[in-house]
Write a protein that binds this ligand. Structure first.
Ligand code: SF4
Ligand code: SF4
Length: 423
């Protein structure tokens, strides 16, 4: 019979089998410790990602490498630890190139799920936009380095029948990446290759011809959340009874206009809004110039040309509160995919080498009236101070307007899980 031990997690006394993994013991007691590299079936937990960092007997360390023992005192839910774990996951998003709406693993991805669970709406670290190549040379699979978080799960777990590793770490420091041994990879059975894809907590390993895509509602994380705190802080605590009319301006910079379309998707509630809100400069009413000061500015899209920069600066100047709405405004989004290549190469590919262009007449357009392209696409907060971010691609209409009402009249609101999820 297993020996029982008594430990304390965030002041709660817990009885557990001695030697059990701390992450599992916490989960059994409805205490969520985020984890990414931790894989239940692994004998030696990896402790590589540090997402499960807690305080054990006063010392910081990963929970996944801890086995419970008598008298342990564990801290999980302090604000400091929550922020530390959040920062670690934000770094992963900033270091890779994660375009969730275009990723096969979306909805089944542990990293994405962790982003939701930790309430990440924007990374506090600048996106690096490193050009991580895709390794497509293996017989069965592709390795999408843009999505790899170097958790080491594949390195440890994926082996051929004769016990040889298929994946290994290459290089050192910032240049570390996971490489495939092509000879060993060719020896994997189809099922073993699929298992490698399943083991990967992100969409980095893709087996040729095997789609990860599943319909909405059938994906691992579609409706599951451990979070109960989808009620953000009140930003502007003004009385909700005295709803004086407010003035809003909106603009679409380097985006697809999807966020504006989403904003208009609140059906009959639009009538209420028309009573409460007056639109100033906005593509919604086609007013092109500011007529005065605005309470709120809503920005869709990032900055890809000099005209975007000028518009964004004008919004900052005229609006009391400035909000980035959607992924393109928050970090560059899809237009920022070009940030991994020099501008010249992008233009050549788009205008000269593209297969639909006539090679004889093709030219890169240039005219003094055309906005000048920037060397890369910039997130709005890289150009001006942004007060709030509403994430999503696009954010749900209810999410946008609940946040707007909170900002303008201090109305409390909660966001349903399905309103917050947009993948
Ligand atoms: S691997 Fe996960 S986080 Fe990265 S793009 Fe794909 S779904 Fe998003
Ligand atoms: S490929 Fe996947 S499993 Fe392997 S290290 Fe990268 S994220 Fe982890």
């Amino acid at each position: 019979m297993n020996k029982h031990v008594t430990l304390s997690i965030d002041g709660r006394t817990i009885l557990a089998d001695e030697g059990k993994n701390l992450v599992d013991v916490a989960a059994e007691n409805d205490i969520f410790i985020p984890s990414l590299c931790y894989f239940k079936n692994m004998d030696q937990p990896l402790g590589t990602c540090r997402t499960c960092t807690c305080k054990v007997n006063g010392r910081y360390g990963p929970a996944c490498t801890e086995k419970v023992r008598e008298g342990m005192v564990i801290e999980v839910g302090t604000e400091e630890l929550k922020d530390m774990r959040k920062a670690l996951v934000e770094m992963m998003f900033a270091e890779g190139n994660h375009i969730c709406p275009a990723c096969e693993k979306s909805g089944d991805c542990d990293l994405q799920h962790m982003g939701y669970e930790l309430g990440i709406s924007v990374s506090r670290f600048p996106h690096l936009f490193t050009d991580h190549k895709i390794d497509w040379q293996a017989r069965r699979m592709l390795l999408e380095h843009n999505r790899c978080i170097k958790c080491m799960r594949c390195v440890e777990e994926v082996r051929t029948d004769n016990g040889k590793r298929v994946f290994s770490y290459q290089n050192r420091g910032n240049d570390t990446l996971v490489g495939i041994d092509y000879e060993q990879e060719a020896l994997l059975s189809t099922e073993q290759a699929r298992e490698a894809m399943r083991i990967c907590p992100t969409g980095a390993i893709i087996v040729r011809g095997e789609s990860l895509g599943k319909p909405f509602g059938q994906r691992k994380f579609d409706m599951k959340s451990t979070r109960t705190d989808f009620i953000p802080q009140r930003a502007y605590a003004k009385s909700s009874e005295t709803k004086e009319k407010k003035r809003i301006a909106t603009t679409s910079l380097a985006g697809c206009f999807g966020c504006h379309m989403s904003m208009l998707d609140i059906d009959t509630e639009l009538l209420e809004l028309v009573e409460l809100v007056e639109f100033d400069k906005s593509p919604i009413n086609d007013i092109k110039k500011f007529s005065g000061r605005c309470d709120l500015g809503i920005i869709e899209g990032g900055c890809c040309n000099d005209e975007n920069i000028e518009t964004l600066r004008a919004f900052r100047e005229h609006c009391d509160i400035l909000v980035s709405v959607g992924e393109c405004a928050i970090w560059g989004g899809l237009p920022a995919m070009r940030n991994q290549l020099p501008l010249g190469e992008c233009l050549e590919e788009a205008y000269l080498n593209c297969s639909t262009n006539d090679a004889e007449t093709a030219l890169v357009p240039y005219h003094k009236e055309l906005p000048k392209l920037l060397n890369r696409v910039y997130a709005c907060r890289e150009v001006v101070k942004i007060d709030y971010n509403i994430p999503g691609c696009p954010p749900d209409a209810q999410h946008i307007w609940k946040a707007v009402k909170n900002l303008l009249w201090g109305e409390k609101f909660s966001i349903l899980y399905n309103e917050f999820k947009y993948d």
